[in-house]
Design a protein around this ligand. Structure first.
Ligand code: L34
Length: 294
């Protein structure tokens, strides 16, 4: 069993990006600039956005964090977005999800100029990705593909089962895994809450990508020997023995499943850090005009 070290891989990639930025600055170009809008005080969102700001520092990017309270109006967010769309100094920006219920998430996503949508959530980027055109690929799926590539995990012709059909992970990662590319070229099955005979399907999988947000959902009896598992779940589970009062739990019953695996990602330290480093990569691409020339 090989443990896939997402933290180390992400650190390697951030170093590569920092070297790139150093060259840009030496040539007199400006530093890439990422902005983020964070609404409210959700513990997970706070941590993830703080990690994104930290990653910007490591990569030599400029970062701007715009914060609002939970009761912020949709219009105020739309005004922020219009300002960031128009600001030539900002190369890319994100609105951290989830948003409070009174705000229409889709409307917010579609207000972002797709050329600055470094999350890859805008329908133009989603659509372009699905037909294999240059675009900003959404960060978690791109990070998963990067891990499979850097660990030389064979995907061509393999059976890949994706658990979950969210717009930000399940659907796009299924799209990338079936694309004619390496990694890719897999035979992909997407399972969700209405799937019948789920365990019979997962038992046939060479690769399982679990993105349900249901702690410990994938158990040892659901997987075959030699499977590769990518665990996208990061659910905060109450744990009085920890100082924080919680621990992070993946979608996989790691202790019992790991012995059967060829490769498996841990939680934390697996996909999470890769999500952030894909965002850094997209921001660099935005700054250099490599995807959408300016
Ligand atoms: N707009 N919203 C927008 N873009 C995104 O790409 C995200 N996502 C998801 C939630 N909402 C978003 C993230 O940033 C999930 N996500 C994310 C980012 C980072 C980490 C996990 C999820 C991460 O750093 N995880 C660490 C542990 C962090 C901790 O201690 O809680 C890990 O090692 O898994």
């Amino acid at each position: 069993m090989t443990l896939i070290d997402g933290k180390k891989t992400a650190d390697d990639i951030k170093r590569e990006i920092a070297a790139e930025v150093q060259k840009m600055v030496a040539r007199g170009l400006k530093r890439p600039h990422l902005a983020a809008i964070l609404v409210g005080h959700d513990g997970g969102s706070e941590t993830y956005v703080a990690n994104k700001v930290k990653a910007c520092e490591v990569c030599g990017f400029r970062s701007t964090l715009i914060r609002h309270e939970d009761d912020v109006s949709e219009q105020v967010l739309l005004d922020d977005i219009a300002r960031l769309n128009a600001d030539p100094d900002v190369d890319g920006f994100i609105v951290q999800l989830p948003l409070p219920r009174h705000i229409d998430e889709q409307k917010i996503i579609e207000a972002i100029d797709f050329r600055k949508d470094v999350d890859g959530f805008h329908p133009i980027n989603v659509g372009r990705m699905s037909i294999g055109l240059p675009c900003f690929k959404s960060a978690t799926p791109a990070g998963i593909i990067e891990l499979l590539a850097r660990y030389d995990i064979p995907t061509r012709g393999k059976r890949c089962v994706v658990l979950g059909r969210s717009n930000i992970v399940g659907k796009p990662v299924a799209t990338l895994m079936m694309q004619k590319s390496n990694p890719g070229d897999a035979t992909v099955t997407v399972c969700h809450s209405a799937t019948e005979g789920l365990a019979d399907i997962t038992r046939q999988a060479d690769i399982i990508i679990a993105a349900l947000g249901r702690p410990g959902f994938v158990t040892a009896d659901m997987v075959k020997d030699g499977v590769t598992i990518i665990d996208v779940g990061t659910t905060r589970v109450p744990d009085p023995s920890r100082k924080s009062g919680f621990r992070l739990s993946g979608d996989v019953d790691f202790d019992n499943v790991a012995p059967k695996c060829s490769f498996i990602t841990p939680v934390p330290g697996g996909v999470g850090p890769m999500t952030i480093c894909s965002l850094m990569k997209n921001t660099l691409l935005a700054a250099t005009g490599a995807v959408y020339p300016r």
